[in-house]
Design a protein around this ligand. Sequence first.
Ligand code: PLP
Length: 386
Amino acid sequence: MTNFNIIPDRRKIFNINKWTWFPKDVLPMWVADMDFPAPKPILDSLDKLLKHGVLGYELPGKVLHETVAQRMDDLYNWKVSSESVIVIPGVVSGLNIAASLFCTDKKGVAVQTPVYNEFHEVKNNNRVPQVDIPLRKKIKGNIISYEIDWILFEKQIKKTKVFLLCNPHNPLGINFSRRELIRMAEICIKHKVIIVSDEIHSELLLDKNKFTPMAKLSKEIEKNTITLIAPSKTFNVPGLFCAFAIIPNKELRDKFQKEVQRLRLHVSSAGLHAAQAAFSGKCDSWLWELNRYLTANRDFLVNYVSKNMPNVKTTIPDATYLGWLDFTETGIENPFEFFKDNAKVALSDGKIFGKGGEGHLRINFGTSRAILKEGLDKMSKAMKNS
Ligand SMILES: Cc1ncc(COP(=O)(O)O)c(C=O)c1O
């Protein structure tokens, strides 16, 4: 059993990280990495690499491609060939490569706001237009959820070439249903829009939820989809930068592969070794325990907000370790600055996620229960004292 209540001190690490970005007296609950050590099989594989001592060039071998393809089969019964798998340094690189290859200066990317800030950078990085498709907020008591406005979805998708789907969704924690995915895909196919499905959070499932990759839904959808996955969020190894694009459509894949080669987007040997251990199945019992712990943290967060934070609304995320708090009815004008200054807690400012993010904060609950409680206690005290 892993004890997720114990977390190492990251303030001792000399480079900048989640714990050293803000001044020492500020509790960090922002960037999306967790405070837990990676599972032992990953650490053992890195240990082995270091003990060998030679850290020369390494390229991903056949075994790693096969391991990724096998994982898709094991998890979802999604059969992909190992040739469909392209190794890339990060999912964000994958989003940008796809936009650079398939967008034009008239037709760019579509995003469902509020959404992960890097989605908003794709338009700037590639000088292409961005079309927003805001998700529609629903309020029930102090619980908020979001749904797709289908008329708007089709109206906006038509104007683009690439749909950047975030599923599960950061920061809203939505695990889109098969029905929703099929409907989104059908509209994209109708308007010849390529789907780039960022599924980086797909294994961080709360409440034993099940995930369906977009591309698994039909052969036609698979042909129109670039799937981006990584072990980085799930096994907390984002600093090793290793991700995968799964592209069964050969025409799309060849273009993507060429661009990866042109830019020399190599992954470090440490990233390759960690990914092999992560996706081999050896870390699955750790992951099961992690998801149980995260589910309890999510419940703790939702209950805490309901009981102790008047007028604050919250999502109940299906997946991820990210909560989404709505302060629009609290009278707090700039929640990010308010809590940083008055509670000494740094969350992610909702504004960075685009339309619909103002007045909201994203909270990272991928930490020990004690740290989560400490952060929430500080926030609730600051609200009482204001
Ligand atoms: C939805 C989503 N995609 C991508 C990333 C980052 O991916 P990478 O570090 O592999 O570029 C994150 C990190 O928070 C994320 O939440």
